[in-house]
Design a binder for this molecule. Structure first.
Ligand code: GTP
Ligand code: MG
Length: 411
């Protein structure tokens, strides 16, 4: 068990939206839990952002009083703080850590990054966040790990630090460019193989990795966990579609409302992969209390990435936890229990290949079943055999899937 730190949240409210407030507080609390900080109190104020303290002076002194009473390790703000605010707040809270939402997310990402690429991306995001803040300087430095090198003639320590950071950013960008080139190469190779690609997108913790594991043809499992941003590195697995054709399914980093811009930039190469997908599966937590907010946030991010035009299928996940009306604009499944996954695969196939052919051996006493599908399926060939009729039919994968299921049942 890691020792929990205690933090207070300072929340600047810009409007009267109660639902927004409740959502943000729940989410920030959840983000903090993911870096082992427990929220002990919340201070909320509605006003225009203060240039020094984000919250107004009166409110911030209230927070200061609480912090001075002791037992608080961190003061956490719901918005990204400017360099000037970081400096002023660190001076005010003298010794107690000051965090903003961006730093909290950066911290989670850096704990999760495993691959070389993931680490480069997170490091780049951290240094880019840090760089403009090097001009005020405060305790923020010790947490963000800016490297200090040898001093050149006539340079102050601070100047060295800035130059070093600038150089590191430059180098990391170069490394990322190499990663990007390699990705493009692998993508072209895949395209030559002709396997269609499907990418999972969705809010963090919606169940993307669990779904990938449930659908993947082999048994190489990826990490799926009840924690935010469990996945940072894209992983692909082959998925067998109902017609026995294959698609390549890719899992990637989860989305969050107002993803810090520096992270969005750093993860550009990862997110760029989405452009190459033939189909996006938007995985949605059907059972969570914040479905609409999360769907909205994902759609905003997809639009920002220029992906509005992509074919997209909504997948409402965690059906096993849900008792209510089912949304009609997508497929409801449970990645955990496997419910409705066959139907999902049929829909994926339908989106990728609008129609396909199947050969079915229908026993004579089941021909009536086929008749019920006459309107939706085209019969291309009939061959009479002792055990039944061999039919070649053409139609949408979902209908064929359905027919096969009906033929299989009540034999
Ligand atoms: N009850 C239930 N739980 C599920 C289902 N699908 C996923 N979960 C759980 O939800 C949690 C998050 O699942 P992940 O697959 O890691 O979610 P993710 O979308 O990959 O999350 P990030 O990688 O953080 O973006 C895990 O604890 C899963 O066991 C489901 O259909 N039903
Ligand atoms: Mg995941």
């Amino acid at each position: 068990m890691v020792a929990l730190k205690k933090g207070v949240i300072c929340y600047l409210r810009l409007d009267e939206d109660e639902a927004e407030l409740a959502y943000d507080l729940a989410e920030l609390g959840e983000l903090l839990t993911n870096i082992d900080v427990e929220t002990s109190e919340t201070f909320v104020q509605q006003r225009a952002p203060d240039l020094n303290y984000l919250l107004g002076e009166g409110k911030i002194l209230e927070v200061k009083e609480r912090v001075d009473d002791g037992g608080i390790d961190a003061v956490v703000f719901n918005r990204e703080l400017s360099p000037r605010q970081v400096k002023a707040l660190e001076d005010l809270f003298d010794g107690v850590e000051v965090w903003d939402r961006t730093q909290v997310i950066l911290e989670i990402f850096s704990r999760r990054a495993l691959s070389r690429e993931g680490k480069i991306q997170v490091r780049l995001a951290r240094l880019s966040y840090l760089y403009p803040r090097l001009f005020g300087l405060g305790g923020v430095l010790s947490r963000l790990g800016g490297g200090i090198g040898t001093r050149g003639p006539g340079e102050t320590k601070l100047e060295v630090l800035r130059r070093n950071t600038r150089e590191q950013i430059h180098d990391l960008k170069k490394e990322l460019a190499a990663v990007r080139a390699n990705r493009a190469f692998l993508r072209r190779q895949r395209e030559e193989e002709g396997i269609p690609t499907v990418s999972l997108v969705g809010y963090t913790n919606a169940g993307k990795s669990t779904l990938l594991n449930a659908l993947a043809a082999g048994d190489q499992k990826v990490l799926a966990q009840d924690r935010l941003f469990a996945t940072l590195d894209p992983v692909s697995r082959r998925v067998r579609l109902p017609s026995a054709r294959y698609a390549l399914l890719t899992d990637t980093v989860g989305f969050i409302k107002e993803l810090p811009p520096k992270l969005k930039e750093a993860f550009g190469a990862t997110l760029e992969e989405l452009h190459a997908a033939h189909l996006l599966l938007h995985v949605i937590d059907l059972a969570g209390p914040y479905l609409e907010k999360q769907v909205g946030a994902v759609e905003t991010l997809l639009a920002e990435l220029g992906l509005e035009g992509k074919p997209l299928l909504k997948v409402y996940n965690k059906l096993d936890l849900y008792r209510g009306f089912l949304p009609e604009d997508g497929v409801a499944v449970s990645a955990l229990t496997g419910a409705n996954l066959d139907y999902l695969l049929a829909c994926v196939e339908e989106a990728l290949f609008p129609e396909y052919e199947a050969v079915l051996l229908v026993p004579f006493d089941r021909l009536g079943v086929v008749n019920r599908f006459r309107e939706r399926l085209r019969v291309l060939g009939e061959e009479y055999l002792p055990e039944g009729v061999r039919l070649t039919v053409r139609g949408r994968p979902a209908d064929l899937q359905n027919l096969k299921a009906k033929l299989g049942a009540n034999k």
